[in-house]
Design a protein around this ligand. Structure first.
Ligand code: SF4
Ligand code: SF4
Length: 357
């Protein structure tokens, strides 16, 4: 990425001048002299991690006179698939010599709490690094976070809820939180480029995004953890499962029926359909529109006639939170509710209880 227009030279926020404190250690504003500061966004498609990385790197290069780079890795670009976005920002005189994924980040931003189930989400975080995750205030700290080294700075913000309230996206909230924790990423500069990103395509979103960004900065909560020592967190390098010599024969399903093991919970963006059996007339319209196999049916308990089935509930393991079922239900037996921690597990009716209880 090339340097273009610049922030006023000599201003208080001027960076990109190398080792400002002569020690090689981070400055008070979080800036690390003489090397690239590396950020990794851990997300799923649809939450805006790629756009956040792009906006941040553009702000740093064009607005803050730094050098920087950004790219993302994702699979099929579908809503709900894993997305990683990588940002490097550093002194203007330091050339970017790598386009490799960020393996030992200074900061990790986790866009969806469900991603914390996998240690891959915080792999390689520096022992004095920062992790921001999305969670409602007051919820217990997830075990994966609680076990991080005590030297890690942990912060959380309810990005999904704030984004919903402000009709924005979680990326705006989390960018606000990140800038609040690292003041060298100047809030007003990043906000300016956030606005520029949307002013032509979605002018109506500019104001909502600004509100979400500012709430992200204001409602950020630092979380104290006892931690599991000061060891480094191992980084993870992904090796392809199959190569040209080891790939199975095309067209063969080595494990038929394996989609039962899919877990699509991470695709939900903060809302969940809740089923009220009392209001249900078992018309199956919800099942007709559901893109997956979420609804659990059973032969009628009263008549015992196998062709007369009753809806028992939803297996949230397969629910992407698309809310189509709610729109189609004629009786209001399905309602959209904010997903709270543990709610899906408590309400879930297993579709395949014999294999996944
Ligand atoms: S659409 Fe509504 S009423 Fe019909 S089966 Fe589904 S939940 Fe029940
Ligand atoms: S929200 Fe409803 S329609 Fe969408 S995946 Fe979940 S159960 Fe199926």
């Amino acid at each position: 990425m090339q340097k273009g227009e610049s922030k006023q030279a000599g201003s208080e926020g001027e960076i990109g001048r190398g080792d400002a404190n002569g020690t090689g250690n981070p400055r008070e504003d979080g800036y690390v002299p003489d090397r690239f500061f590396e950020i990794r966004f851990e997300s799923i498609g649809g939450l805006g991690a790629h756009a956040a990385g792009q906006i941040l790197a553009t702000s740093a290069v064009l607005g803050l006179r730094m050098n920087g780079a950004h790219f993302s890795s994702y699979g099929s670009e579908k809503k709900g698939s894993v997305v990683r976005s990588f940002v490097r920002v550093g002194p203007s005189e330091l050339p970017v010599r790598t386009s490799a994924p960020v393996e030992t980040p200074d900061a990790i931003v986790v866009f969806h709490k469900a991603l914390l189930k996998s240690p891959v989400a915080f792999a390689g975080l520096k022992p004095d690094g920062t992790i921001i995750y999305t969670s409602p205030p007051g919820e217990p700290v997830p075990p994966a976070i609680a076990g991080l080294p005590a030297t890690v700075r942990v912060a959380r913000v309810d990005a999904l809820q704030i984004a919903g309230d402000e009709r924005s996206r979680p990326n705006a909230v989390l960018l606000g939180a990140l800038c609040a924790l690292f003041p060298f990423l100047e809030t007003e500069v990043v906000l300016d480029y956030l606005g520029k990103e949307f002013e032509k395509k979605h002018p109506a979103a500019v104001q909502s995004n600004e509100k979400a960004f500012r709430r992200g900065a204001a409602e950020l909560e630092l979380v104290s953890i006892d931690g599991g020592g000061e060891e480094s967190i191992p980084s993870t390098r992904f090796e392809p499962l199959w190569g040209y010599e080891t790939a199975p024969i095309g067209g063969v399903l080595p494990r038929p029926g394996n989609s039962a093991w899919n877990d699509l919970s991470t695709a939900r963006m903060g809302w969940i359909p809740v089923f009220d059996e009392e209001r249900c007339i078992h018309c199956a319209l919800c099942d007709l529109v559901c893109p997956d196999y979420c609804f659990v049916w059973k032969a009628d308990r009263d008549t015992g006639v196998p062709t007369e089935t009753r809806l028992m509930g939803i297996d949230y393991r397969y629910c992407k939170g698309c809310m189509r079922c709610i729109e189609s239900c004629p009786t209001g037996a399905l309602t959209r509710e904010t997903e709270k921690s543990g709610m899906a597990d408590a309400l879930r009716v297993p579709l395949f209880p014999e294999i996944i209880a």
